[in-house]
Design a protein around this ligand. Structure first.
Ligand code: URA
Length: 212
């Protein structure tokens, strides 16, 4: 597994505003959207392309187009939905699958409660959207779910990550040869006793959509 921490002043600036407890939901959604687009730029560095020739007004030029099958973007419900638009801005022709995963707040284990994904993901590059890599249970379960269906390349975009989550993800993916990359805006200090990232930004789902 590879972890890539985006080192860019705009990423740091937007993340700082996201962390601020005074940032209201509309502003939080806007900032998360912009931050994901910046992270998506890094996350799609190895998106597959194929050669494509176009005719300019002057001459022929050799370029590229996105390869088929199309990349699949997979937001993890609920909070991953707040990252979808920011991702699709850069990959508008990607397909979108949905994965609903919930974390038991006592055991901190993740289980799937809903999914809308192709049965066969052979040869697909998957971009998983999950804002907080905290315990790592959700992302590990999601990645293994996609790998079982044939995904052969997984990139997760997380606003924030904790070292405990990265370690757990490495453990959960120890048996796979599928390349998994995590792109994040920052690696924070640790988790607290409730499984929240410290200093973090609080509950990403609640801050995006309210406490429902
Ligand atoms: N999920 C969140 O929304 N926030 C955290 O800090 C950890 C998990």
């Amino acid at each position: 597994m590879r972890i890539f921490v985006a080192d860019h002043p705009l990423v740091a600036h937007k993340l700082t505003a996201l962390r601020d407890e005074r940032t209201d939901s509309p502003t939080f959604r806007q900032l998360a959207d912009e931050l994901v687009t910046l992270l998506a730029y890094e996350a799609t560095r190895d998106v597959r392309t194929e050669p494509f020739t176009v005719r300019t007004p002057v001459a022929e030029a050799t370029g590229v187009k996105l390869a088929t099958p199309k990349p699949l973007v997979v937001p993890i419900l609920r909070a991953g939905l707040g990252m979808l638009e920011g991702m699709m801005r850069l990959l508008p022709t990607a397909e979108v699958g949905f994965l609903g995963m919930v974390r038991d707040e006592n055991t901190l284990t993740a289980s799937t409660y809903a999914q809308r994904l192709p049965d066969d993901l052979s040869g697909r590059q998957c971009y998983v959207l999950d804002p907080m890599l905290a315990t790592g249970g959700t992302l590990g379960a999601a990645a293994n779910f996609l790998i079982e269906r044939g995904a052969d390349h997984i990139t997760a975009i997380c606003l924030l990550a904790a070292p405990e989550g990265v370690a757990r993800l490495e453990q959960d993916l120890a048996d796979t040869s599928v390349p998994v990359t995590v792109v994040t805006a920052a690696m924070d200090e640790r988790l607290n006793e409730k499984g929240y990232i410290v200093p973090g930004l609080g509950d990403a789902g609640d801050r995006l959509y309210g406490v429902v």
